[in-house]
Design a protein around this ligand. Sequence first.
Ligand code: FES
Length: 122
Amino acid sequence: MPNPCRWGVSDDIDTKPMKQINPSWQAHIVLLCSMSRPEGAPKPSCGHHGAEELRGWLKAELQQRGLWGRVRVVTASCLDVCPQEGVTLSFQGKSGAGDTFVFDAQEERGALLERIIERTEG
Ligand code: FES
């Protein structure tokens, strides 16, 4: 049977359907870049600016508010922003549109948490 994929996948490739699931966090997933390049690398990386510690803090704060599960914060590799300072985070909300931020993991974490809560409840 001809492959109906409009992207031109070869008929030789097995295209059996994938199993779709609906986890509790699917409308609120936060991708937090934790990429750590070696010192002296040509591009900066978020992992040197507190990404892992921030993830733990966000998880604890969201658990305390009963939102962990509806929201999931996961570390990701490079999101191709690579700021000189700060951490890159991308939030996928209910609308399907994502918002991406670069922020200071220490000084702006409270504002970030508020934004996540607003989007989760909004
Ligand atoms: S290293 Fe974080 S976005 Fe590239």
